[in-house]
Design a protein around this ligand. Sequence first.
Ligand SMILES: Nc1ncnc2c1ncn2[C@@H]1O[C@H](COP(=O)(O)OP(=O)(O)OP(=O)(O)O)[C@@H](O)[C@H]1O
Ligand SMILES: [Mg+2]
Length: 395
Amino acid sequence: MSTRTTGTYETTIVAGESVNAFLPAPLPPSDPPLSLAGPLGEAVHQAERALAKLDVAGALVPSLDGFLYAFVRKEAVLSSQIEGTQASLVDLLSFEATTDEAPSDDVEEVCNYVEALTWARAQLADPAAPPLSMRLLNGAHARLMAGVRGADKHPGEVRRSQNWIGGPRPSLAAHVPPPPNRLPELLGTFERSVHDDMGLPAIVRAGLLHVQFESLHPYLDGNGRVGRLLIALFLEHERVLTQPLLYLSVYFMRHRQEYYRRLNLVRLDGDWEGWLAYFLDGVTTTAEEAVATARDLSTTVAEDRARLLAAEDVSVAAVRLFELLPKHPVVTVSTVVRLLGVAKPTAGRAVDALVDAGVLVETTGKKRDRWFAYERYLERLRVDTDLGVRRERQT
Ligand SMILES: Nc1ncnc2c1ncn2[C@@H]1O[C@H](COP(=O)(O)OP(=O)(O)OP(=O)(O)O)[C@@H](O)[C@H]1O
Ligand SMILES: [Mg+2]
């Protein structure tokens, strides 16, 4: 482990206490510079190979759209769970399948994450929109914090007050980020480092930028979620992946204590190498798991399609509905009416046919307002997201 200075401290008063706020030094790490020799260099190559495989797997998935759709939602559920939000993947998909119900606060928060990510990706793809910048991240933050819970968190705005992380009082905090009056300058430097190649591989820079962003903690809340979005956006921006298929929340969630410990050790000991070893392991593991998920989901869809087509009297509507399921794994008859543009009886028969074929499963046990889920597909997707709890829907 190296020991280097990673920034300076400035005394500041917050909540009546005098504390030392941390001002991180600009990236890249220096004194000594980052060394990617030895095992760490091998970890970089391993991560890059895993990402290249993931990119190929993405290109081979038959319905990439549906797959991406599901992946983004899985990430939204997980990234929001780190914050403590309890919505499950099925809660989110069920909510999205209907339009006549107000979301619970938890579901709203997850929907906001989907919205923030989708919006930011569209901005990145639009040559007329601002590049990957604080302006873009502020826009994502505004969407993330929209609605009930985020209203007092200054959506879309860099904080104007001193904050602290971990601990009931500033003097007991794990980390005191920079005072607000230093943020414009520090964030300007941060923004420039996003576009500086630093002579380092993109995947390494993604790891450095995430920590730097968390150290700066620019917002009153949502810094973890925006910092995780930043990783996905940066990889797409750097064209490491042609599709946004890598989301690290599962890994951060599984190794949460280690995640916080590694963030702290960067600041305290300048242990960027230790952080990168953790981060790169996360990238490799997550990319390999995503390849396996992509393969399993494709197999599931292919098998079910074959079974459906082999069934007697299969209708065109049923086949059309089946092809829409990867993007709409939870439906009601009304959703099907809307999706297929058919009358209710036709929609009902298409749903029945998919139930008979063992594709859709009725999940409510009710006679009316029934929900149908593409269970086999969801089961695979749900790994790690639900913590095994499926709560009763409130209707
Ligand atoms: N000791 C630390 N040093 C630097 N950053 C930290 C430290 N502990 C936690 N963090 C970062 O702060 C984030 C939490 O900040 P904040 O509550 O603003 O974000 P969030 O998106 O609301 O929450 P969460 O990340 O828990 O979902 C963590 O996800 C982590 O990235
Ligand atoms: Mg928070």
